[in-house]
Design a binder for this molecule. Structure first.
Ligand code: PHE
Length: 340
């Protein structure tokens, strides 16, 4: 009998170590401790023992029964812990991750903001928006605009050449020429877009944005130019902005001028922004050179016009107090988020 008990005990521990699922464990329980289980059968068989043997054998069987119950319970506990662990692992969430910001959304780039404001200032005065090409012919970018090959004015606008006659446009003025060739006056357009020059420092970038403006009609003169640009300056830089025109030179305008606005930081007293002068240079302009009108098929005896070119980066830098043009193109999110 004692041998039989030992056999059962060994068999249980051997089977237990091989158990791989809760179902198998439950089968083992039935096999040994169930109503018809092996240990239950032993207990039932006690009645066949002699009365001296019975208490001793009975105690042994009960001990075995308790030991098996304990082994099964331990195994069950281990299983449960393992399954719980597995489930937790599967459902693991990284609580160190920050919550997605419900208000996170993109915003317009300061250059786009400045460009949109510039466009708005001029469309409000009846201008329409034209776009040209960035890979341009020398003919439209220079020749039609009265800048023949080898003209010294080309020095200021050295650029990137694709071939001898195809280049990355240096000025949106190229759209001016294309428009005059295809539209009859009255013309009133602005052309915002990218331009390229072989320049690179804190205030110049090899790629930057310009907005050309062109008006061609009968009897257009400097008063029209000044009135239009004054209106723009007040609209963009503030209602109390003053302007002044200084003589300058561009081959495609005659006379040519540059326009300064009164410094909107110190209101003319002189500060760091205006370098102590009280004025800030914002654009180049002039009366369209009759040679250019003629080049583009418009009779200069009948029509006249004015044109201007605004640097969009320069406007954005002035308006938002950005000290270095390169910041605009680095796209550091900490910088961009300020313009939400
Ligand atoms: N295209 C000139 C430049 O890039 C600016 C300009 C445009 C000046 C139109 C006069 C008239 O420097």
């Amino acid at each position: 009998m004692l041998e039989k008990l030992k056999e059962i005990s060994d068999a249980v521990s051997e089977r237990l170590s091989a158990v791989a699922s809760l179902a198998e464990l439950s089968d083992l329980k039935v096999r040994y401790l169930g109503k018809n289980g092996e240990i239950t059968a032993l207990l039932k068989g006690l009645k066949n023992c002699s009365s001296e043997e019975r208490p001793v054998v009975g105690k042994r069987i009960n001990d075995l029964r308790q030991a098996v119950e304990k082994m099964l319970a331990e195994k069950e506990e281990k299983f449960a812990a393992f399954l719980k662990e597995k489930k937790l692992k599967e459902e693991e969430i990284d609580i160190t991750l920050s919550l997605p910001d419900k208000n996170a959304c993109g915003s317009l780039h300061p250059l786009t903001l400045a460009k949109n404001e510039l466009i708005q200032a001029f469309t409000g005065m009846g201008f329409s928006v034209m776009e040209g090409v960035e890979v341009e012919e020398d003919y439209y970018n220079f020749q039609l605009l009265n800048i023949p090959a080898d003209h010294p004015a080309r020095d200021m606008q050295d650029t990137f050449y694709i071939t001898d006659s195809i280049l990355l446009r240096t000025q949106t003025s190229a759209v001016q020429a294309r428009t005059m060739l295809t539209q009859k006056p009255p013309i009133r357009i602005i052309c915002p877009g990218k331009v390229y020059r072989a320049d690179d420092d804190a205030t110049h970038s090899p790629m930057f944005h310009q907005m050309e403006g062109l008006v061609v009609d009968k009897n257009i003169n400097i008063c029209d130019l000044k009135g239009c640009l004054d209106e723009f300056a007040r609209n963009f830089f503030g209602a109390d902005t003053k302007t002044r025109l200084r003589p300058s030179f561009f081959p495609f305008t005659e006379p040519s001028m540059e326009m300064d606005v009164s410094c909107f930081m110190c209101h003319g007293k002189g500060c760091r922004l205006c370098k102590g002068t009280g004025w800030i240079e914002v654009l180049g302009a002039g009366i369209v050179n009759p040679v250019v009108l003629q080049n583009c098929g418009i009779d200069p005896n009948e029509y006249s016009g004015f044109a201007f070119g605004i640097g969009i980066e320069r406007c954005a830098m002035l308006k938002y107090g950005i000290p270095d043009i390169r910041i605009l193109f680095e796209n550091d999110l900490r910088f961009l988020r300020q313009y939400k």
